[in-house]
Ligand binder design. Structure first.
Ligand code: NAI
Length: 716
């Protein structure tokens, strides 16, 4: 069966329906390319009998885009063959576009990446007006570029500047917004209306030529050589560099493809695009990003870490204890996914305050036209703000997010368990206390688990599920289902102090503070953090977390280590933190003073006194930026290996996804473990040994890493 159905009607309108056999969505793979070439051959033969062409899809989505499995496999040696293949595919679409016959895209579902590029190659686009439909070119988010003509056609349609957010940031829009932006031409309220409008366009436009194929074509918004545009484009690379910090080649190649392509005719522009596309496809960053953001994320979503043999559960009623920052966010994320929420705090007033957080977020959606008042009211009606444990009656799951205090957590655990459904789960959102320890207060520790959300809960996609010593597989599987039901990404880790994410995050923050203690300029440290790809510098993030909290966590860890008969080895960052808090009274952002000053007016800036207190002028010239960057990335990657070695982490997928979505570990690397793989396991180990010699045993390669280096095997 061909992937493209060919229906030439008695009205001489040819409908091409893309329907890839055995696939849930249409992708631009070898079968599609073959079908397209066959289709074009048939069109050439039938051309005299064809008045126009409608391209649509038999799937729920219009077209999902490129085949990432295929792209992921392309190697440097294949580059030329790959370019030829892409140019061949584009040539087939170009034949339809330049045949003189009107070609209409009837977009019945989401059109992303290559899907939207097919639509852009048509003369007219009618899209079904459904909120869930998305249009966009998300290739850049995987380190790629829209190589099916997107960098050439979109700027010629809506102008270079207007096209940049779609091309370089992967902006996606719904049908209404796409119409407003000029990406589609018409909306349709039903599939029948969509097809009728497509046909009407053909009837009204018996001959069609793209604007860019017409003589005297004027680039919308100005061609690159137009003085106003030339001025803007001159500073574009520098502005882009500021955003990508040199870590991401894709946006820069997209800019080059669009601007260089805009200075030549369409067909030559298309060749320029293919060249840049191939360069990215064979590059390491795209391999890292597609590997992690596509294959590994999909493996997690498919339930890779969920125990088998447990029926999937749908949650109906969830209790949330504590309506503070985290509880309010958990209530919002749960209620928006159709689950009843009982939000309990010590007073109704506190609980209502927590509920008002949802009200605020929903009101913002309504004011932006993304939600109706009715929907908002419906979601809010699902949140019951209360101070009574009686309301927890029949909950399938209760999540506690009260203060970080073991005895308070023990008290609320017992109170809630008395009301939970017989098979109900109790979860703690603790950020530091081991789950096994907390579960000692529970009458049913097999039903006790950790659900570690990140702040702000409505934005952060990750939830770290922590399995205590007594947590059952059944509880884990059902907790996994809850996280998926609320649309978040679950990673599963075994209990450990700081679990996985906080543990690795701590190494990042401490390394930055340690550098300051060594005399390195704070601006260089922050710069190294950003240039290595972390979202925020280590000193800024220390202020966000608060140095008093860091002291508190450290003191608790030291007590526990010593109580267990171990020896506490102080981290060199500790002295700096103590000096900042105890001697300088600078606790962090919430206190208004930390490594940064937070003036009421104006932007935060590094505290000038840091220079006098810490900076050793001789280090300014002797410390290389790449050493600082290495320390920042290596210390986190090494701690991640320790988590794998100790069995805190169960899979490499969880390690990579957890490090990026939970800690903000540089996304260009594909995650903390992929960073080691792409660096080369042996080379990484040698560099770690060097760093250990220079900076201490915290960089010493763990046994698991040494074993991998010995056999030169990748982590997988
Ligand atoms: P918060 O201080 O904003 O809120 C705690 C809430 O618990 C307050 O509203 C308080 O009135 C309420 N509460 C106290 N006793 C209670 C009781 N007996 N019954 C019901 N409610 C009670 O604290 P936050 O930041 O929301 O943190 C809560 C938990 O989440 C802590 O365990 C914290 O370690 C953890 N966490 C915090 C993160 C953060 O970024 N703030 C991130 C991840 C976890």
């Amino acid at each position: 069966m061909s992937a493209i159905r060919y229906d030439l009607g008695s009205d001489q309108i040819l409908t091409l329906t893309i329907d890839m056999p055995g696939q849930s969505a249409n992708t631009m793979n070898a079968a599609f390319r073959e079908a397209l070439t066959d289709t074009v051959t048939r069109v050439k033969a039938d051309l005299a009998n064809i008045r126009g062409v409608v391209i649509t899809s038999a799937k729920k989505t219009f077209f999902a885009g490129g085949d990432l499995t295929e792209l992921h496999r392309v190697t440097r040696e294949d580059a030329q063959t790959f370019e030829d293949m892409v140019n061949g595919l584009k040539g087939d679409m170009r034949f339809l576009e330049t045949s003189g016959k009107p070609v209409v895209a009837a977009i019945n579902g989401s059109a992303l990446g290559g899907g939207l590029e097919i639509a852009l190659a048509c003369h007219h686009r009618v899209v079904l007006n459904e909120e869930s439909i998305q249009l966009g070119l998300p290739e850049v988010t995987l380190g790629l570029l829209p190589g099916g003509g997107g960098t050439q056609r979109l700027p010629r349609m809506i102008g270079l500047e207007a096209a940049f957010p779609y091309l370089m940031e992967g902006k996606k829009v719904n049908p209404k917004a796409a119409l407003k932006a000029g990406i589609v031409d018409e909306l349709a309220e039903s599939p029948d209306e969509m097809m009728a409008k497509a046909r009407a366009f053909i009837d009204a436009n018996p001959k069609c030529q793209q604007p860019w194929d017409q003589k005297g074509f004027k680039f919308p918004g100005g061609a690159p050589h137009h003085p106003a545009m030339a001025q803007k484009l001159a500073i574009a690379p520098a502005m882009l560099k500021q955003k990508t910090r040199g870590c991401y080649p894709a946006p820069e190649r997209i800019l080059s493809a669009a601007v260089e392509g805009a200075q030549v005719d369409f067909d030559n522009g298309s060749l320029v695009e293919t060249r840049y596309f191939a360069e990215l496809v064979i590059g390491q960053v795209a391999k890292n990003m597609t590997g992690t953001f596509w294959f590994q994320l999909n493996a997690i979503k498919a339930g890779g870490s969920r125990p088998d043999g447990v029926d999937k559960e749908t949650f109906r009623k969830v209790g949330v204890l504590g309506a503070g920052m985290m509880g309010a966010g958990i209530a919002y994320s749960t209620a928006t996914r159709g689950i009843e929420v009982v939000l309990k705090d010590v007073s109704v007033e506190n609980a209502e305050k927590g509920k008002s957080y949802s009200e605020k977020l929903l009101a913002k959606k309504v004011s932006r036209g993304r939600m109706t008042e009715e929907k908002k009211a419906e979601i809010l009606s699902r949140i019951k703000a209360t101070d009574s444990a009686e309301d927890l009656d029949g909950c399938d799951l209760v999540i506690e997010a009260v203060f970080e205090d073991s005895s308070l957590k023990a008290k609320v655990t017992q109170e809630a368990e008395a009301k939970l459904a017989s098979n109900g789960i109790f979860a703690s959102n603790t950020s530091t206390i081991p789950i096994t320890q907390l579960s000692e207060a529970s009458a049913r520790p097999d039903h006790f688990i950790g659900l570690h959300f990140f702040s702000p809960v409505d934005k952060m996609q990750l939830v770290e599920i922590i399995v205590g010593e007594k947590t059952s597989d059944d509880t884990l599987a059902r907790a996994f289902d809850y996280v998926q039901q609320i649309g978040k990404i679950p990673i599963v880790v075994n209990d450990s102090r700081g679990f996985f994410t906080s543990r690795v995050f701590g190494t990042f923050v401490n390394e930055g503070i340690c550098m300051l203690g060594e005399g390195i300029h704070p601006a260089s440290i922050e710069n190294a953090g950003l240039l290595s790809g972390m979202p925020v510098g280590p000193l800024a993030i220390s202020d966000e977390v608060s140095m008093t909290l860091m002291q508190h966590i450290r003191d608790q860890s030291r007590k526990d280590t010593e109580a267990a008969g171990g020896t506490w080895i102080p981290h060199p960052a500790e002295a700096v933190i103590d000096q900042m808090v105890n001697e300088q009274g600078r606790k962090g952002k919430a206190a208004g003073a930390g490594f940064y000053d937070y003036p009421e007016q104006g932007k935060k800036h590094l505290w000038p006194e840091l220079e006098r207190l810490y900076v050793d002028a001789s280090k300014a010239s002797s410390v290389a930026l790449h050493d600082l960057k290495d320390r920042i990335l290596f210390i986190q990657a090494i701690e991640t290996v320790r988590c794998l070695e100790e069995g805190v982490l169960r899979t490499v997928e969880d390690a990579n996804i957890g490090s990026i979505f939970g800690i903000g570990f540089a996304p260009w690397t594909g995650g903390a473990i992929q960073f080691i793989n792409q660096y080369g396991v042996r080379a990484f180990t040698e560099r770690a040994k060097e760093l250990a010699e220079q900076h201490g045993d915290r960089f010493a390669p763990p046994r698991l890493l040494l074993e991998k280096a010995e056999t030169n095997t990748l982590f997988c």
